[in-house]
Structure formats: C-alpha cells, structure tokens
Design a binder for this molecule. Structure first.
Ligand code: NDP
Length: 399
C-alpha cells in the first residue's frame, strides 16, 4: 500500500490531508509529521472515520538526521512538503538518502535572505535522476496551477506563447484590519521585496508595488493589482518556448498596503536580528506571533478568489489570445474542509500532484517544475476536486 508522508500541519497541510482523506483508494495510508505533534494528533482524531490509515509524528524538518530517521521508520513512497520554504533542502536531502519521492508548493528560501530562487533545488536534478526519484516543485496554485495552465495552453491552443500575465486576485474579506492569508512571515517577505518581470531574455527590476494596474475580475469585480516577483516566472521563462514577457500581479486592498507600509516604516518587517531584553529576536518573526494565525481565518472569510493566466501568442501563423482562471469561494471552502480559499487553492493542487505521482502519470526521475509534466490529467482533476476552471478567448489584456 503506498504510504504518503506529509510534513507540516498548518493551513495548507490541513487542506492536503483532508482532501487525501476523501480518497482512501488513492491515499490508503498517510503519516502526518510536523513540529507541533498535537496539531497532527488533533487532525487525526477528527479524520478517524475516513478510511485512510493515519499515523502522526513530531519532527524538526530543519534537521536532516531527524527526517531520515522518520522516513526510515515510516517508509513512505512520497513526501509532501507542506512546511515552510526554509525546509525544502533538508527534506530533499532526506528523500535522497531514504529513496523517497518529493513534492512541494514553494521554492527554497534561505532564512537570512529574503530571496527565493530555484537554483538551489534545480541543483538536485542529477541526484534525483540517478536515484530514480521524482521531485515535483511548486505544486500549489501559484506556483502550481498557473504553470499547468500555461502548459495546457501551449499543448492545445498555441504554437508559441509570447506574453503571459498571471493575475492573482483575492476578493475575500476576513474582517481583521490586517492579517495575511498564508504564513505571515513568508507572505510579508514576498510582498515587501522588489518586484520584477521577465522581458526579452532578462529580468527587469521594480521598486516594491511600483507598477499598479486595475482589472475587472470575473466573480469578484474591479480590483487594484500590483506587479510582484513570483517564483513561477523563473521556471516559465525557461520552459515556455517563444516567451517574450511574463509578469505576475496580485491584488491588495488599500488598508493592507497602509498597514504594511506602517509596519515597514517602524522596522517590524525586518529580518535582521535585534537585541531585545538580552535576547536576539527577528522583528518579522515577532510580528508573525502577534498576527492572526491564517489557519483561523477560515470561518471569518467571505468572498472569492480569482487566479489565472492571460496569454498572447501565435497559432497557425495567426495571433491567438487565451485566459484561463479559477474562481474559488472562501465560504464554500470552509464548508468543505474548514479552511479559507488561499489554503484551499494551494492544498488541492498539492493533493492532485501527489495523486498523479502515485498513479504513475506524473512520475519521471529528476527535479521538475509542474509545467514540465502532461497538463491534461491535472486539468481534469482540478474540475473534479473543487477547483474548476473557465476559459476566455477574447480576454481584456493588461496594458
Ligand atoms: P503555516 O505556517 O500555516 O504552516 C506551516 C507548517 O509547517 C506548520 O504546521 C509548522 O509547524 C510546520 N513547520 C514549520 N517549521 C517546521 C519545522 N522546522 N519542522 C517541522 N514542521 C515545521 O503555513 P502555510 O500552511 O500557510 O504554508 C505552507 C507552505 O505553503 C509554505 O511553504 C508557503 O510558502 C506555501 N504556499 C504556497 C502557495 C502556492 O500557491 N504555491 C500559496 C500559499 C502558501 P507548527 O504548527 O509547529 O508551527
């Protein structure tokens, strides 16, 4: 019986686990291992009747030796990393050591430098290939579904895609003056960093939030969105033939931006350690501790998300345009898996990636980004598993 190990038991992991538990035939046995084992035990108790055999364990995923011990003891086929980007490399090391396949939703980021890049994980390619193991990188929504959307468009509608705009809109309202929808530390590091986009073979850097556009999102309405750097730009720029420009936009409300600016101005978003009463603390880690836990936003969040990709390119020597997106309702997600839509839209694709791996459809030794696999079975699972997608062939473009 294939056994799947899930590391982490936060907002995203809980969705992955709940969705796996809806499919005991695909995931007959799982192990939930995280830093705080009581969270794993509580979830196990809640899911005791689902037909999936569940075990739990405590693990410090920063510690490769502990991970190796856990993997040697539990013997999973696949490890789904739903902890934080800091743990990607220690978990990949343990997978190599123990002959376990790997999947994650976010690329590695060193703790002391707010810079995420694929180079660290791509450096494992040869080792995974030689070991006959598959590593699937960035299998959430963005990165994740956005890469699958691009691969699907290339396979079915384009000879080449020249322009891609990825639009991530969260029209949800949780009622707090300020909270982040996923891990606050990771989220704030991402949005307070410089923006960048890929154009004509090189990166163009912008100041944080320098480029602003307005877009009328289906299911949500008109929102302001801002250009950010985002990890899938890096892999799509390599994997999409003919690409000339690729950008990523995310919506933010004025209140969120004002709070963030204020926190930045007083130094609360810094990752430089400071002395506080004889102890070293990192302001951003302290801020995380006082902000609402994203896992608690579920019951309060109303509204919808709309995430998708607008593409322009060529088909049969003629111009072609295509927009593919998913609309997800925060309250519907909560009804189904007790989570808001941000964790849902990340956790469901991770579960689908794990499923396709176990079914042998997304299995190839090496380290791959999602757009390097066949998009068709994934697109079909999205429709079945709660993230249906819509297509438009004359979309409004972003200038
Ligand atoms: P949470 O903070 O809610 O959960 C993280 C979990 O990892 C917690 O259970 C935490 O344990 C556990 N953890 C952290 N450090 C360790 C460690 N050293 N050892 C063992 N367990 C550890 O984060 P989210 O669920 O919101 O996010 C999870 C991942 O998903 C992140 O990498 C994030 O970047 C990614 N993500 C990807 C998206 C996409 O679309 N691709 C979108 C949103 C998120 P504890 O309970 O003790 O704190």
């Amino acid at each position: 019986m294939p056994k799947t190990l899930i590391i982490g038991c936060g907002g995203v992991a809980q969705v992955i686990i709940r969705k796996m538990c809806q499919q005991p035939d695909v995931f007959p046995e799982i192990v939930i291992a995280s830093r705080t084992v009581s969270k794993c035990d509580a979830l196990k108790a809640e899911l005791s009747d689902c037909g999936v055999k569940i075990a739990t364990a405590g693990v410090d995923a920063d510690n490769t030796a502990e991970l190796i011990e856990l993997m040697n003891f539990t013997k999973p086929v696949l490890c789904v990393n739903a902890a934080l980007p800091y743990q990607d490399l220690t978990i990949m090391d343990a997978c190599l050591e123990c002959g376990v396949n790997y999947l994650d939703t976010a690329n590695y980021e060193p703790r002391d430098e707010a810079k995420f890049e694929y180079k660290w994980q791509w450096a494992y390619r040869e080792r995974f290939e030689k070991a006959g193991l598959t590593a699937i990188l960035g299998c959430g929504f963005d990165p994740g579904v956005t890469g699958v959307f691009c691969a699907y468009a290339l396979k079915h509608y384009f000879d080449e895609i020249n322009y891609i705009d990825i639009l991530d809109c969260n029209g949800g309202d949780h009622g707090y003056p300020f909270a982040t929808n996923f891990n606050p530390e990771i989220n704030i590091r991402e949005v307070s960093a410089k923006g960048s986009y890929w154009e004509d073979g090189k990166w163009v850097e912008t100041e944080p939030m320098e480029i602003k556009r307005e877009y009328n999102f289906a299911g949500v309405g008109v929102k302001d969105m801002y250009l950010l750097h985002h990890e899938e730009l890096e892999s799509l720029a390599l994997n999409m033939p003919g690409i000339r420009r690729i950008r990523f936009f995310m919506t933010f409300g004025q209140s969120y931006l004002t709070h963030l600016k204020c926190l930045e101005n007083v130094g609360m978003t810094s990752i430089e350690p400071i002395d506080f009463k004889g102890q070293k603390i990192i302001p951003l880690e302290f801020l995380k501790a006082v902000l609402p836990d994203p896992a608690t936003l579920g019951p309060r969040t109303k509204g919808k998300t709309n995430i998708g990709c607008i593409m322009r390119g060529i088909k049969n020597f003629a111009p072609m345009e295509y927009y593919v997106y998913n609309i997800c309702d925060h309250e519907e997600c909560y009804k189904e898996v007790k989570s808001q839509a941000i964790s849902y839209t990340t956790g469901v694709p991770a579960m689908i990636g794990a499923k396709l791996f176990l079914e042998g459809k997304w299995k190839k030794p090496g380290v791959y980004n999602v757009e390097e696999f066949d998009p068709d079975p994934f697109m079909s699972e999205l429709n079945k598993c709660g993230l249906p997608w819509n297509e438009e062939f004359k979309p409004v473009q972003v200038d």
